[in-house]
Design a protein around this ligand. Structure first.
Ligand code: HEC
Ligand code: HEC
Ligand code: HEC
Ligand code: HEC
Length: 197
């Protein structure tokens, strides 16, 4: 090999290594930033006396999404749906994430992340929970910007489409997801416009 070619080859290898290292560093940062899932117990304990979100959620199909995986209808698509990652990714909360659902969790923890719970839509609670606790203690409204910075999500159509899409084996392609209609069915804790203005 000529020297120039050799240098080029060595440079290419070095660049690849540096690129890989940079990617690994980014992935690590991502991990540290991610909030831990807490489960729905604390959300429910506080919100059941605050607004109708708990009542509405408990009556919704989201609350039963893990139980649905034990039905005969579910077994048409998988031999053991309650253990199948291909199903769990949309039917439980924080699947495979820190604090989220895992097949081998103890039952009392498992039931707080089974199904599509509050944190599935509003984001993992680790950081924003303390803001709510402080607001409640001081009887003040929590700061919306502070909440968003701590990971609280105000869900919109994009959030719904993470699960309501053609990867769901029961998704009806003839009936694309209509946000307004679907949101009406799960609406909760909505303050009347007149009251807030
Ligand atoms: C210590 C009590 C407490 C706990 C625990 C709690 N909240 Fe709240 N939450 C509040 C209070 C107080 C408010 C403000 C009053 C209101 O909007 O009803 C609020 C408001 C909210 C809002 C509306 C915020 C906004 O944009 O105005 C969301 C969404 C919410 N909570 C979700 C959750 C979720 C999800 C959990 C569980 C991870 C949770 N909360 C746990 C007390 C609590
Ligand atoms: C983490 C995944 C996930 C997200 C995010 C999600 N859903 Fe769902 N949704 C489901 C699953 C799973 C079911 C079916 C539950 C069952 O039948 O057991 C469902 C069912 C529903 C149903 C009942 C449908 C029916 O045929 O009766 C409505 C309404 C609904 N979702 C609305 C919404 C809206 C609106 C949003 C966004 C604000 C949303 N969903 C976000 C997973 C999700
Ligand atoms: C991409 C997200 C997603 C995945 C993956 C997923 N589901 Fe679902 N599942 C949903 C949603 C959303 C619904 C609500 C109806 C719809 O839009 O399909 C649902 C509804 C259901 C229903 C109730 C249907 C009805 O008519 O009431 C069953 C049963 C079901 N899923 C089983 C499964 C099984 C079994 C698997 C794994 C093989 C699975 N799902 C994987 C999102 C998902
Ligand atoms: C399927 C997704 C989904 C689930 C599950 C869910 N929410 Fe929500 N939530 C929403 C959406 C969408 C809104 C409306 C956001 C907006 O204001 O535009 C909302 C609004 C709220 C609000 C009012 C926000 C405001 O600005 O006044 C509160 C409080 C709240 N949710 C609490 C909860 C609690 C507590 C649970 C669990 C018991 C829960 N939510 C479960 C999607 C969800």
């Amino acid at each position: 090999m000529k020297t120039k070619v050799k240098i080029a080859a060595v440079a290419a290898v070095l660049l690849t290594v540096m690129f890989r290292l940079a990617m690994a560093e980014d992935a690590k940062k991502e991990e540290v930033k991610e909030n831990k899932y807490l489960g729905d117990k604390q959300c429910i304990a506080c919100h059941k006396d605050l607004d109708d979100s708990v009542k509405m959620w408990e009556a919704s199909k989201h609350a039963k999404a893990y139980e649905t995986l034990a039905t005969d209808a579910a077994k048409k698509f998988s031999s053991d749906p309650q253990k199948d990652p291909a199903c769990l990714q949309c039917h439980v909360t924080g699947f495979g994430k820190e604090g989220g659902f895992a097949v081998d969790l103890k039952d009392d923890k498992k039931e707080t992340v089974a199904g599509v719970t509050c944190e599935s839509c509003h984001g993992a609670g680790q950081k924003y929970l303390a803001i709510f606790a402080k607001a409640k203690a001081k009887k003040e409204a929590p700061d919306k910007k502070e909440l968003a910075a701590a990971g609280l999500i105000t869900p919109d159509e994009k959030k719904c489409l993470e699960c309501h899409n053609e990867k769901s084996p029961t998704f009806d392609k003839e009936k694309p997801f209509k946000f307004d209609e679907m949101y009406k069915a799960i609406k909760h804790a909505v303050k009347a416009e007149a009251e807030t203005k």
